[in-house]
Design a binder for this molecule. Sequence first.
Ligand code: ADP
Ligand code: ZN
Length: 297
Amino acid sequence: MSLYGGIEAGGTKFVCAVGSDPDHVLDEIRFPTSRPEEALTQSIEFFRAHHAKTPLSGIGVAAFGPLDPNPASPTFGYITTTPKPHWAHTDVVGALKTALGLPVGFDTDVNGAALGEYRWGAAQGLNTFVYLTVGTGLGGGGMVGGRLIHGLVHPEMGHMRIPHDLNEDPYPGWCTYHGDCFEGLTCGPAIEARWSTSARDLPVNHPAWALEARYLALGLVNIITVLSPQRIVMGGGVMDQRQLFPMIRRNVTEILNGYIQTPALSNNIDEYIVPPGLGARAGVLGAIALAAAAAES
Ligand code: ADP
Ligand code: ZN
């Protein structure tokens, strides 16, 4: 069984793991996303120690972005224009390749999680699906026709525009670029700013959740009409509020208004909009899946 290294490079924390699949994760460390040199050195030391004992076949990085996932580009493997202090224009893949001499897979956190869900989780057997995370930000990735979605760069589903009734919800939105884009209205920090309470502490029957479910459903309907995904997997800290799932499903049904006739939407919506099969491990297992894909190619 081949062994891989995976890095879930989040805006807040790094998770590094060594393993092969969900049942074989041998070791894991976590540390804050400090400065690039520091976080990458910590990751490299962790993998180097393992590699010396049992050789690793590849490394995978599922990272916050924006980033360059195009292997033909001169800045492939870089975190590019991120507003995160110190991290703009960081050559992540170059640093790992130079230090470890292994194949390195590199993609967005959400494309990584999508690949993990495809191999071992809630998207097995599908070829077109979306993985969304609603947490510090809102990100979306996934597959179309069996391939992770790339193009000009990578999807930025969090920054689509959705209807915002300022009379009902005067909160102007959290996004520094767009204010009330999809992420700006729905991410954890937006909920906290709108209601002046930690999202974790809002009671399950608080009106915050009905509004959140409505916005999330509006975004999902856009995704459904554009990509025609066979399933939508929703993770991230905000989706730990499990009461959101039935509310989102009801809103999606209502907004679509019967236009798309398919059993997945009419009878089985409970299996159409779902939490990650890999739970909170979707990110780091996705990075291991990216490593395996890089080693195989
Ligand atoms: P990240 O986005 O950094 O990967 P998370 O997905 O855990 O991390 O998102 C963190 C955000 O999600 C927090 O800022 C908080 O607003 C929100 N959050 C975390 N846990 C919960 C919870 N149980 N209920 C509601 N919101 C939560
Ligand atoms: Zn935005």
